[in-house]
Design a protein around this ligand. Structure first.
Ligand code: NAI
Length: 485
């Protein structure tokens, strides 16, 4: 059809709408725009081939086009089946200079509402590089691209993809099928690809956990930068981003009044803190659950009731999981929730709420209210009336499934860390041996600095004498790595 760019998105004709949103987002992403100004000429990412797996939103479009401005060749997939904004995906494919007829942007493989098979196909596509063995950099969110490469190498070494067992969950079966097809075509593809990858920069708590696991068991194949644990990422995006986007998701999905309702937030880490604060701000009576005594005490000090889910479940109008753990709400517990209660997850994966168990529950039926909003009805026994629970985004992260994720300004902080991490790994490989690293604190402080002007913040400067008194440099870094902010 005359198109020059490979891609798979919902509808390229949405590109103009996407471009308008990207243009406005750029205004709200001063960190990324500052990096374009600083590095646009020197192009530190020239010769970088970046495979990205991260929610294909408007904000991510600005990230992608920043990587391109710094010289990188980029391919992109979303890291969640529901999180793509189709207009943003279209605009990135068309590119600022291209047209719908002649796209000239970046190959994107993402659309809102992928099946699991399509999702893993998209992830596989961004790892396939026309004219090269594969990418030489990975930018990951949740670790799915990293997982596909590591599993691919593992199975190539073993000579076969293992047979699927009853213990494998549905998604892992799809991963195995994807790799089985790939290995049948080229039995050495992932081994060759992994050898060229200089490193991965990982966006989120859950993906970082997977990297440390691999480091511990000695299976990590290339160096990694943990972007999540930059202070200007997890203490901002995870908390202030969530504070904005959690109610956005609940409102767009259900439009129920939150004020006065009893809301249970499971987990009081960075995401839980933002969630609880946001819901309390709406006037909800928020109850927190925790397994860690420190976080539980924090929640209590912040004025929340801290309880066990089982003890408060029957009174909750809304239950939100924010733990990054699995089986936090079981199918049996869902069956005990109030009629028309709302259940949603804002952690990375869909196993926080036992959706598989819910689907297997005898007598339960599922009605689609609208995409990403489902009513699960339990038939009443012994003459009791039926009861139903509203589940958001099929148990996947509701702020991206039911709304559009975090707003631009906070994502500018996260993505400025991402771009700097890509530059570090790509240009200073000798400083980042095999392992999981965080960015130097001076760069973390730089990310914050780049966002002060836009908010009218006037920073106080240390005098030389004050700096000496504190034992720091006038230009920073100002805190030790022990400091917790
Ligand atoms: P975190 O580690 O700071 O917090 C998780 C908290 O959950 C911890 O305090 C932990 O003790 C608690 N927890 C674990 N198991 C629990 C259980 N069974 N019951 C109650 N509490 C439990 O992690 P963070 O940064 O808050 O991230 C949480 C999840 O959210 C991760 O999966 C992360 O990848 C994801 N995330 C999602 C975002 C979004 O936009 N939806 C943004 C950033 C992170």
């Amino acid at each position: 059809d005359g198109r020059t760019l490979d891609h798979a998105v919902a509808d390229l004709s949405l590109a103009t709408a996407g471009r308008h949103q990207i243009r406005l987002a750029e205004h709200e992403m001063p960190g990324l725009m500052a990096l374009r100004a600083e590095y646009g000429d020197s192009k530190p990412l020239a010769a970088a081939r970046v495979a990205g797996s991260l929610h294909m939103t408007v904000q991510t479009a600005v990230l992608i086009e920043t990587l391109v401005a710094l010289g990188a060749d980029v391919r992109w997939a979303s890291c969640n089946i529901f999180s793509t904004q189709d207009e943003a995906a279209a605009a990135v494919v068309v590119g600022p200079e291209g047209t719908v007829e002649q796209p000239a942007g970046v190959p994107v493989y993402a659309w809102k509402g992928e099946t699991l098979e399509e999702y893993w196909w998209c992830t596989d596509r961004v790892l396939a590089w026309p004219g090269a063995v594969g990418p030489n950099m990975i930018l990951d969110d949740g670790g799915d691209a990293t997982l596909l490469v590591h599993k691919g190498v593992e199975f190539e070494k073993a000579g076969a993809v293992p047979a699927t067992t009853d213990d494998d969950n549905e998604e892992y079966r799809v991963v195995l099928d994807t790799l089985r097809r790939s290995l049948a075509e080229d039995a050495g593809r992932f081994t060759a690809l992994a050898a060229e990858v200089k490193g991965v920069t990982e966006e989120t708590t859950t993906g970082v956990l997977r990297l440390y696991d691999r480091m511990r068991d000695g299976t990590l194949l290339f160096p990694a930068i943990n972007v999540n644990d930059s202070v200007t990422k997890s203490k901002f995006d995870n908390t202030y981003g969530t504070r904005h986007s959690i109610i956005d998701g609940i409102n767009r999905a259900t439009d129920v009044l939150i004020g006065g309702k009893v809301v249970v937030v499971c987990g009081y880490g960075d995401v839980g803190k933002g969630s609880a604060e946001s819901l309390r701000g709406q006037g909800a009576r928020v109850i927190v659950t925790e397994i860690d005594p420190i976080n539980a005490l924090q929640a209590a000090m912040d004025g929340y009731q801290v309880a066990r889910l089982d003890d408060v479940l029957e009174t909750a109008d809304i239950v939100i999981t924010a733990t990054g753990n699995k089986d936090v709400v079981t199918a049996e517990q869902i069956g005990r929730m109030k009629d028309k209660a709302i259940l949603g997850n804002i952690g990375h994966f869909d196993n926080e709420i036992d959706m598989a168990g819910l689907a297997r529950t005898p007598g339960v039926t599922r009605t689609e209210i609208k995409p990403q909003v489902h009513e699960w009805t339990f038939s009443g026994t012994d003459g009791a009336p039926d009861r139903s629970v509203i589940v958001l985004s099929e148990g996947r992260l509701l702020n991206l499934g039911n709304a559009t994720g975090h707003p631009s300004f906070v994502m500018s902080n996260s993505f400025t860390n991402q771009v700097m991490a890509q530059i570090e790994l790509f240009t200073k490989a000798d400083e980042y041996p095999l392992g999981v690293h965080v960015l130097p604190k001076l760069l973390d402080e730089k990310v914050a600095r780049l966002h002060l002007d836009a908010l009218g913040v006037r920073l106080t400067e240390l005098t030389k004498a004050q700096a000496e008194y504190l034992g720091v440099d006038v230009a920073g870094p100002y805190k030790t790595d022990m400091y917790r902010y």
